[in-house]
Write a protein that binds this ligand. Sequence first.
Ligand code: TPP
Length: 548
Amino acid sequence: MTKASDLFIQCLEEEKVEYVFGVPGEENLDFLDSLSRSSSIKLILTRHEQGAGFMAATYGRHTGKAGVCLATLGPGATNLVTAAAYAQLGGMPMMMITGQKPIKKSKQGRFQILDVVSMMAPITKFTHQLASSDNIPSRVREAFRLAEEEKPGAVHLEFPEDVAEEETDSRPLHRSLVRRPTADEKAVRAAVRKIEAAKAPVLVIGAGANRKMTSRMLLQLVEKTGIPFVTTQLGKGVIDETHAKFLGCAALSAGDFVHRAIEAADLIVNVGHDVIEKPPFFMRPGGTEVIHVSTNTAEVDPVYFPQVEVIGDIANAIWQIKEDIVPSGGWNFDAMLRARAAELEHTRSISDDCRFPVFPPCLVRQVREAMPADGILCLDNGVYKIWFARNYPARAPNTVLLDNALATMGAGLPSAMASAMVYPGRKVMAICGDGGFMMNSQEMETAVRLKLDIIVLILRDDAYGMIRWKQANMGFDDFGLTYGNPDFVKYAESYGAQGHRVESAEGVPTMLRQCLDTPGVHLIDCPVDYSENDRILNKEIRELSAKL
Ligand SMILES: Cc1ncc(C[n+]2csc(CCOP(=O)(O)OP(=O)(O)O)c2C)c(N)n1
């Protein structure tokens, strides 16, 4: 016979879990005791369940294996809710384990008791109370299966105290060997004939393509055919964005050079489309046709109703298309490439403006120049996300982790921490606003305790800048969006991290270099000038691209 909590840990070991991120409560103490005797799984104690959840989700995003997080009942579980939604919308495999009071006999009335299983229902793929220890192996296996299969997301298991104490003779279930089905040959052929017959096809690379490591196949398709490509924010980096055929990232909703490039196409090959992202194009009846290449059929709406669908493993589908296609002499990409050239020219002109407080386009260039090709940026949510998504050329898949799904604030630091744990040899930088950073800044202690090598670059405008910008845009008075900040250098030092302050834009490259070359947790307080966001992002780019 095995104690149920020991069996639970054995099941996690069977799933090759490396870490459990979390904040235990007394209802998790059997689990914690069993975990203490596991040789392969480490507990990563965080200072807030949200930090644990964001870390587990990011672990899942990088590895494709569900990241695991732990919380107690009631308040611990409610603190996981934002992270669950982040994983669920963002397609990141993540498993939450929460404790619960005894379900068979409880003397405590409803103290701390919430219906956590139901609470998790709308933000998970699977939520279940383990009411019997005999079912632990099948429920854990099922939870991992669902978390990891397309579209990946969040799952939840509630493990009540009295069930955790039970004895059972159940044994862990093994993972099965699964291969994703491949796309049908006829669908591939229909797509290929359409692409060959088009005058100006374009590839749009979205969220789903970044998960499945379709990188090599897409690059081969681009190289064989010369068809240019656009990315969504979540598709960034699938192909090196310094490639001559890269037309830009759709970071602004409309009116950018990249939209002009897409408008020049007469056929869109949309790879890994996910409705959680605002699409970089809207279909209209009689307008440009779309080929949908994804693991799932298209969710149809008034602006998305593709004419051909190639459904199956994306990498394999692209490989099949690449093998079959004969590049056409009738293709002409001039108008698209002209739009890109104009965008690059404009970006170059604004990136040279290195005023102080720092000007976002200049900072984006400086960060790109400092980071190695495989360095990982983890963006929180604020105005700077648009600048980085738009102007920072990602050189490899999953090197710009941003959240264009839930778009929550507070994930920048935890996602950088998890990235540094998954890839200890790579350079990792969190880019946060002062607002987003402060939402999970307590995890600085966790980062220092774990001896992680990360840089946290805080763009300080002493305000919820993004909302302030929108407020001004809507013609409202400046109200309710400014605040004070701690002295970030002292704040970092109080955690045992290294604090730095940018005093001039010219000083940024040297400071970044020093931080990248010195191990440990670095925090850089960087005052930022957002005064031109509106002029450039809302007006100048629109006007210039409209002239094309
Ligand atoms: C958890 C959460 N709360 C509120 C918002 C709405 N929101 C989006 S951006 C933003 C301001 C972000 O401020 P900051 O992190 O300082 O970055 P900045 O925009 O100033 O660069 C707010 C409040 C959100 N996305 N997530």
